[in-house]
Design a protein around this ligand. Structure first.
Ligand SMILES: NC(=O)C1=CN([C@@H]2O[C@H](COP(=O)(O)OP(=O)(O)OC[C@H]3O[C@@H](n4cnc5c(N)ncnc54)[C@H](OP(=O)(O)O)[C@@H]3O)[C@@H](O)[C@H]2O)C=CC1
Ligand SMILES: Nc1nc2c(ncn2[C@@H]2O[C@H](COP(=O)(O)O)[C@@H](O)[C@H]2O)c(=O)[nH]1
Length: 325
């Protein structure tokens, strides 16, 4: 198997078919809705809050709300009250099943539910998918996180409508160091490996460090990418603002860090500072323009045209040109 990651792959251009990059459509369909970009901010406390989620839904973007210190039921009520879709996260424990029960009892059906645990290839996830599907039949269920084709096959067979791939490639992740497991350092080839067996959408989660990595993810089989660090350093980001030597930063911490958990037990995340780089809306516009540009380099007009390009692997024992996937 070829092993590579975002920083040692480059995509090869094909003859341009558009007069302007504005002709290229960066939009993507997921769960029956079309979104402007194949990008979703990570469902983490220092990345999204209710205000950001509402703004994203109102402006044509996909979001997934985090699941920490939050009344998920009230969140769904609020989003539906505002006339937009609701997209929540759940774990696999008794309080998460109670949330499903309350939603079902009130007839509140979130359009999207993401089951989000560290080791998503687990019976607990199988049972939670079944629990949701039996009670909230209209919800589109995303399940993860996983790292192997076997896991993608199982989650799809258990009823997931999409899977989330990525164990340990995140910027505030220390899973690799603490456990010796994961896709940190080879997330892009793990995505390729998983995408070969997937029959439903994959969300590639973690390890995106520049906008060009979005196009690379689509090339290797993602329908969408989940991004934390690139979104954590905005003026509106929910993390605390910290000043160091006159420069303003936002804190960004892992969901499995002691900062999020409130205790030092099974810690697999750390806290870092991200420089504040402006407004979220401006980053999203720049991302859209960059994806449009990527599509034009692919010789296409739409997102999935990115899947047709060849690529080269730079350096290492797998180095070389790849004309076919
Ligand atoms: N994408 C990634 O690489 C990672 C992401 N995270 C994020 O951190 C947040 C918290 O995740 P998580 O701690 O799973 O959520 P939860 O604590 O809500 O649920 C995890 C459940 O699975 C059990 N479990 C069994 N094996 C594991 C394992 N290896 N890691 C974690 N739990 C395990 C836990 O029991 P018990 O606690 O008793 O063991 C618990 O009951 C999530 O948002 C998750 O996405 C965390 C780590 C890696
Ligand atoms: N191993 C851990 N992974 C975590 C933790 N909190 C979040 N995450 C994952 O990281 C991505 C975001 O990655 P980035 O490279 O874009 O910053 C996020 O979506 C989660 O899957 C954690 O504490 N430990």
């Amino acid at each position: 198997m070829e092993i590579f990651d975002y920083d040692n792959i480059l995509l090869l251009p094909r003859k341009c078919r558009v007069q302007s990059r504005s002709e290229c459509d960066a939009g993507v369909e997921l769960g029956g809705r079309k979104f402007r970009l194949p990008v979703v901010p990570a469902n983490m406390k220092t990345v999204v809050d209710q205000k950001i989620c509402l703004w994203m839904a109102q402006n044509g973007y996909f979001y997934v709300m985090h699941r920490f210190d939050l009344d998920n039921v009230q969140f769904v009520r609020d989003m539906h009250g505002a006339g937009v879709y609701a997209s929540i996260s759940l774990g696999v424990k008794a309080p998460d099943r109670a949330t499903v029960d309350t939603l079902a009892a009130e007839g509140l059906v979130p359009e999207y539910i993401t089951i989000d645990i560290a080791h998503g290839h687990a019976d607990s996830v199988r049972d939670m998918i079944g629990y949701i599907k039996a009670r909230l039949t209209g919800s589109f269920v995303i399940a993860g996180n996983v790292a192997t084709p076997e896991a993608v096959i199982d989650l799809e067979n258990w009823g997931a409508d999409a899977t989330k791939v990525g164990v340990g490639p995140g910027k505030v992740c220390i899973t690799k160091l603490k456990t010796g497991f994961g896709t940190g350092g080879w997330q892009l080839s793990a995505l390729k490996w998983c995408a070969r067996v997937a029959t439903k959408p994959i969300i590639a989660d973690g390890g995106i460090r520049s906008h060009g990595d979005i196009a690379k993810s689509i090339r290797f089989g993602a329908s969408m990418v989940m991004i934390g660090s690139l979104f954590a350093g905005h003026e509106e980001s929910p993390g605390q603002t910290v000043e160091v030597d006159g420069v303003l930063y936002k804190e960004y911490y892992g969901s499995a860090s002691d900062f999020n958990k409130g205790e030092y037990r099974h810690v697999e995340g750390k806290r870092i500072l991200e420089p504040i780089k402006g407004k979220l809306a401006e980053t999203l516009i720049e991302m859209e323009q960059d994806v449009q540009s990527s599509i034009s380099y692919s010789g296409g007009t739409k997102l999935l045209d990115l899947k047709k390009v060849n690529y080269v692997i730079l350096g290492g024992e797998n180095a070389g040109e790849h004309l076919f996937m």
